[in-house]
Every structure is written in C-alpha cells, then in structure tokens.
Design a protein. Structure first.
Length: 32
C-alpha cells in the first residue's frame, strides 16, 4: 500500500472506524 493510499484509508476509517491498526501494524476489524 502506498503512503497516499494509506493516508486516504486512515481518512476514511476516521469517519467510520470499522478498521483500526494494532501495535503490530495489522488491521483489526470491528464488526457491528
């Protein structure tokens, strides 16, 4: 993933935090 894509992804998830990144840099999925 490019830095631009990563930034865009963070922007998207900041609005709807369905995905967060743990300390290992792995995605943590939050299911409603």
């Amino acid at each position: 993933m490019s830095p631009t894509e990563n930034w865009a992804n963070r922007e998207a998830t900041s609005k709807k935090p369905d995905v967060e990144w743990n300390k290992d840099g792995k995605p943590v999925i939050w299911n409603d």
